[in-house]
Design a binder for this molecule. Structure first.
Ligand SMILES: [Zn+2]
Length: 223
């Protein structure tokens, strides 16, 4: 896939700015190529595959992370790769057999998350027909197994105290933090160089980042 230009990065930021949570994740998935009309009905893990691909196009395949150890509080610095964030998809049958019941189910979608008013309502949307208590209890685990990309967990161990745990990784939040930081930086550059030289946004973005820094230095406006 082609690299993302800075102008398209600003477009993506603008489209998702002002949205939050699931709606922002959907806007980012559309920017990555998901069909706008069908993106809400994709399994959450499928949607997040689009976000992972978008992140790789914008910022590469290395994911620097800062994580606090839940046991001793030490701040751990680590670098994940895209590979760590793509759990192997198991071809599990969308049928849950428990306590004599056999229930067909499907993965949770963004629309489910947006429209369900309770956790039970969310689970009910994923099965056809009745939802006996035994099935209700076993369903979350079956859903997670059927769509591992929807709930990525990273195995970590603390270098200070040796504590081991599985930390969730939220690609939507991670990508948005990066996009927002980059967009703010770009908007600052446009603002400062437009003031200093009278350039338009397109003219500023046409200058390579290295030269832009030099011009900002010359104009005395490096932040
Ligand atoms: Zn620790």
């Amino acid at each position: 896939m082609a690299a993302f230009t800075e102008a398209s990065l600003l477009d993506v930021w603008e489209a998702a700015h002002g949205l939050s949570g699931v709606r922002r994740a959907l806007a980012l998935a559309v920017a990555a190529g998901a069909e706008p009309a069908g993106v809400g009905d994709l399994a959450v893990g499928r949607r997040d595959e689009f976000l992972l691909a978008l992140r790789e196009r914008c910022f590469g395949t290395a994911f620097p992370c800062l994580v606090d150890c839940p046991s001793c509080g030490a701040e751990l610095e680590l670098e994940l790769s895209s590979r760590d964030l793509r759990p192997s998809q198991v071809d599990s049958a969308p049928v849950l057999a428990v306590a004599g019941y056999e229930v067909e189910f499907r993965a949770v979608t963004s629309r489910d998350v947006l429209e369900a008013t309770s956790r039970r309502a969310l689970l009910e949307r994923c099965v056809a027909g009745e939802l006996p208590e035994a099935v209700l209890a076993a369903l979350p685990e079956a859903l997670a197994a059927a769509d591992p990309q929807a709930d990525v967990r990273i195995e970590l161990d603390c270098a200070v105290c040796g504590h081991r745990w599985a930390s969730p990784f939220d690609i939507a939040g991670y990508l948005w933090t990066e996009l927002e930081a980059r967009a703010r930086r770009l908007l600052y550059d446009v603002h400062a160089l437009a003031l200093a030289y009278g350039w338009s946004e397109a003219e500023v973005l046409a200058v390579s980042p290295g030269r832009r820094r030099r011009y900002l230095e010359l104009a005395g406006t490096v932040a």
